[in-house]
Write a protein that binds this ligand. Structure first.
Ligand code: GDP
Length: 290
C-alpha cells in the first residue's frame, strides 16, 4: 500500500517525546473515537509504557455510541489507564479531562509539585481544540524552562496542573492495511497518501457490510432490485445522486469518491465507527501472518 512515510520527522519527534516523557507524571493520548486503534500510535505505547495514561476518544459525536462503549470497556481493562469519550466542543470537556488526570495520579508520593501531563495525538484528532478548551480564558502561559521550544509548549492550566503539548508531530503508524484506509477515510493522512477512489471504495465496502441502513438512508438507494450492490454500484449511484457527473452524463468517480468521504467526515451518513476491538484483533492477527 502506497502510504507516504516520514522517517525524518518521525525520528525527531520520537527522540523529543521520549525525552519529555521522562519528566511527566502521565500521558494523555487523544484518539479518534471512529477509529480508536488505527489512530493510536504504537510508538507512544512503547515510550509511555510505564506511565499512567488517559485515553480520550474524541469526536464521539461522530462515532457509533454502541461501539464507543465497546472501546471504553476494552481500554478500561488495561492497567493504569483511564478513558473518556468526548466531543471537544462540549463545555465540560476540559474539567472532565482535568478530573480524570487527577484521579489517575491522585498522590504523587507526597510531592509538592504540579501534576505534569504530556498530551499526544496524531494530526487531526482534535488535540488543539481540546487544548484550547482546557485553556479557556487563561492565556497560554508558556514555560521558560531550558529546552522547551515554541513547538513544545508548557501550558499552565492551574498552579498545580501543567500540560505539555507534544514536541513535534506524532505521525500515524500504519500497522495493518485496514488502519491505513481508516486513517485516510477520517482525513488523518494527507490527500496524496492514498487514492481517494480506493479509500472511498474501501469505506463503502465497510459501510455496506456494517451500516447498510445508514448508507441506504443517506443516498436513498432502492435495494429491492439488487440487495447485494457492489461497492462500485454504490459509487456510481452516489455520483448520480450527488451530481458528480462529467459531460455527457458520465459519472465522475473521483468527485463521487470525494463526496462520500466528506459526507463521512462531516457525519452526514450517520454516527459510524470503522473498527471494533474484535475486528482490530482479527486485523492484527492477519497482518502478523502476512
Ligand atoms: P489537531 O490536528 O489534533 O490539533 O486537530 P484540531 O484540533 O485542529 O481538529 C481537527 C478538526 O477536527 C477541526 O476541524 C476540529 O473542528 C474538528 N474537531 C475536533 N474535535 C472534534 C470533536 O470532538 N467533534 C467533531 N465533530 N469535530 C471535532
Amino acid at each position: 500500500m502506497a502510504i507516504q512515510w516520514y522517517p525524518g520527522h518521525m525520528n525527531k519527534a520520537k527522540k523529543a517525546i521520549a525525552e519529555r516523557i521522562k519528566s511527566v507524571d502521565m500521558v494523555i493520548e487523544v484518539l479518534d473515537a471512529r477509529l480508536p486503534a488505527s489512530s493510536a500510535n504504537p510508538l507512544l505505547a512503547k515510550l509511555a509504557a510505564d506511565k499512567p495514561k488517559l485515553k480520550i476518544l474524541n469526536k464521539q459525536d461522530l462515532a457509533d455510541p454502541e461501539r464507543t462503549v465497546l472501546w471504553l470497556t476494552d481500554y478500561r481493562a488495561q492497567p493504569h489507564t483511564n478513558v473518556l469519550a468526548l466531543d471537544a466542543s462540549e463545555k465540560q470537556a476540559a474539567s472532565k479531562i482535568i478530573a480524570a488526570c487527577r484521579s489517575l495520579v491522585p498522590n504523587r508520593h507526597g510531592l509538592d509539585r504540579p501534576l505534569r501531563v504530556l498530551i499526544c495525538g496524531i494530526p487531526n484528532v482534535g488535540k488543539s481544540t481540546l487544548i484550547n478548551g482546557m485553556l479557556g480564558k487563561r492565556s497560554a502561559k508558556t514555560g521558560n524552562e531550558p529546552g522547551i521550544t515554541k513547538a513544545e509548549q508548557r501550558l499552565i492550566l492551574a498552579d498545580d496542573f501543567w500540560l505539555y503539548d507534544t514536541p513535534g508531530m506524532l505521525w500515524p503508524k500504519i500497522i495493518v492495511e485496514e488502519a491505513g484506509y481508516n486513517l485516510a477515510a477520517s482525513g488523518a493522512v494527507g490527500r496524496n497518501a492514498l487514492d481517494e477512489e480506493t479509500v472511498a471504495l474501501e469505506l463503502l465496502d465497510y459501510l455496506r457490510r456494517h451500516y447498510l441502513s445508514l448508507l441506504q438512508l443517506r443516498y436513498q438507494a432502492d435495494l429491492s432490485e439488487s440487495p447485494h450492490w457492489r461497492d462500485d454500484n454504490w459509487l456510481e449511484w452516489i455520483g448520480k445522486k450527488r451530481g458528480a457527473l462529467l459531460s455527457g452524463g458520465r459519472i465522475d468517480y473521483q468527485k463521487a469518491a470525494e463526496r462520500v468521504l466528506t459526507d463521512f467526515r462531516d457525519g452526514l451518513i450517520g454516527r459510524i465507527t470503522l473498527e471494533t476491538p474484535n475486528q482490530w484483533a482479527v486485523w492484527l492477527k492477519k497482518g502478523q501472518m502476512q
